[in-house]
Design a protein around this ligand. Sequence first.
Ligand SMILES: [Zn+2]
Length: 366
Amino acid sequence: MELEIKMLTPLWTGGVESGKMDRVHETGIIGSLRWWYEAIVRGLGGRVCDPTKHSCVYDLESSKDGLCDACQLFGATGWRRRFRLVVDGSGLRDTWSGGQINIKPPGRNHGWYLNAGKMGTLKLKIIAEPETQSFVLALLKFIEKWGNLGARPQLGYGLFSIVKVNELPQSTYSWNTLTGGENNHNFPDLRTFTFFALNFEPQSDDWWQTVPGIDRVIREHYHHNKVSDLLHYHTIPTTPALRNVLRYGVSWSSGSLPHQFFGTLHGEKRSRSKIVLSWAYQLPDSTTWRIRGWAYPPHVRQSQQQEVGQRLQAVLGKPDTWLRALKVRYRTAEVTFASSDTFFQSLSSIQVQDFVNKTLPSEAEI
Ligand SMILES: [Zn+2]
């Protein structure tokens, strides 16, 4: 099976030189597939070993051969990954040339550093048994609709759409609930994810010129070309302006809470952001732009989770507050939530099953 994928926001899979991606690193793609697969499996009630240790060891004497549901597909000591991925990045181009852009919304000294990453088309060849191929296709269809591919999702990278599937597997896969998992929300679990999207039609084509932080980049002569390159790809890095308002627009009850939720890169306390906001991207042949993302609760007390949830609701709950944060004048705008309307509301595994099965490929679509 071979998939042709069009990037909607830049792909980033890491590079040797900091800030530059020499080529598409297969490990970066696999890492994101595994991360999403683990979140789905936990949500369906299945067992996933601790991702910081990956402790499964293939052993015929143990139950399920010693493999958790994630290692079963992605491999473990003594057990090969059930599919091989061949990446063809020849249809990709650097989003802009010449290093990082530093976006500093008002009040920030350091701001956010954005790598160019790559836009264009990417081909993924999945070599596996037919059954596994349809399994991987189901996973990719889910990620296309709700997730991202590659690294740095917290900075808005890796949204894509599947343009074409060649050598489509005969059977279609459907997700089922699983057993053996623990009700342990330390790790990303689809039962507590909230996905959201903003669609907006700006009043003018140059709406992006006043987005906090981007306005500054435009004034710096050195970066001017980079912004015009972005326009060529119909995507604008609105992520820093929104993260800035969400994180610094209020004072938090505890100093560590924003670190736990928005993530931190400092030393031992390094933690991943639990909220992702994509860049804005223009829908094909349309004047409408879209920003989407997701959030899941940090591992903190219930009252602190509520505090985070209320903050998200206050900003992301209504289109007007998003667009005020971005300083965009708009004609029409709409916010949608899935699969629950309020942040961090817990679903059952059956509800998760319904939710993921909605993204399965239909024959008409392909
Ligand atoms: Zn495992």
